[in-house]
Design a protein around this ligand. Structure first.
Ligand SMILES: Cc1cc2nc3c(=O)[nH]c(=O)nc-3n(C[C@H](O)[C@H](O)[C@H](O)COP(=O)(O)O)c2cc1C
Length: 260
């Protein structure tokens, strides 16, 4: 099939999923267009793709599921039997139902999944877990996934025959994550507003960035990473508890799972 463009549709508060998506994209021989859904948009953009686009969907796993913020963009998403590849990055615990949920969501909107992968990465909350991943070796595997997708889209005339099976539970497990809404060191905050501008859910008050709406906050850690003054932090007690739990549950030497 004569392919049109590679569309990169991703959510990546702390940049790891984006890095993985870019590495895959660099190995696919098509012009790419990015749809970074990490920055909060009140009006959801229209995401309509052609039958000869290849769409690469990328998400970080949150509590074993697809982040609900990403799925909010799906109300305006549609394909026309459009081939799609799925990527989940996860912090060396488990990805549980995330790939299956993503597959079901995209297939119900007119996409045909032709490949999927889950890549273990540095944990965006407790960074000592999987520190520095994806590392050089991980990137080789990620690039290889891109090459295999490239071969698939360049050589096939139809994608109907693909039946990609990914692990997961039906019904999905209930997503229950620790609430880690950041606190603000009021002596360090300069009210520059960069946290409010970059928050994926619009949880931070633009006029007074010291105020965060706990109900909207998804604990993604983006504001902590973006703040040059290091004025935003998660309570030490909560972090200690979570670090203890995750150190037991995560294995920093996890391997990638590829479904082709
Ligand atoms: C709220 C939250 C929940 C998470 N849940 C999981 C999880 O269930 N399993 C896991 O292995 N990693 C989990 N992680 C780690 C991220 O999936 C992982 O670090 C991911 O690569 C971050 O991607 P990003 O840099 O694109 O934001 C979680 C991280 C956050 C912030």
């Amino acid at each position: 099939m004569k392919m049109n463009e590679l569309k990169l549709v991703y959510f990546s508060p702390t940049g790891t999923t984006r890095k993985v998506i870019m590495e895959i994209s660099a190995n696919i021989n098509l012009k790419s267009v990015s749809y970074d859904l990490t920055v909060h948009k009140e009006k959801k953009p229209s995401l309509k793709f052609k039958s000869n686009d290849l769409v690469l969907f990328g998400i970080p796993v949150y509590a074993g599921r697809v982040p609900s913020t990403f799925l909010e963009y799906f109300e305006n998403l549609s394909g026309q039997g459009t081939p799609a590849a799925l990527v989940a990055t996860y912090g060396c615990r488990e990805y549980e139902d995330a790939l299956l949920e993503l597959k079901n969501e995209v297939e119900s909107r007119g996409f045909k999944v032709i490949g999927a992968a889950a890549f273990p990465t540095e944990h965006s909350i407790v960074r000592s877990i999987g520190l520095g991943r994806p590392n050089k070796q991980d990137l080789k595997g990620i690039a290889d996934f891109g090459m295999q997708l490239n071969r698939r889209v360049q050589s096939e005339t139809s994608f109907d025959q693909f039946n990609i099976v990914v692990p997961g539970n039906m019904p999905y497990r209930k997503a229950g994550a620790a609430q880690l809404t950041p606190k603000v060191d009021v002596t360090a905050c300069t009210m520059c507003g960069s946290c409010a501008k970059s928050c994926p859910t619009g949880a931070i008050d633009a006029k007074d960035p010291k105020k965060t709406n706990k109900k909207k906050c998804i604990s993604c850690q983006k504001c902590l990473r973006i703040c040059k003054q290091k004025a935003r932090y998660v309570s030490g007690t909560k972090m200690k508890l979570l670090t203890g739990k995750l150190n037991k549950a995560c294995q920093s030497d996890k391997k990638a799972d590829i479904f082709l």
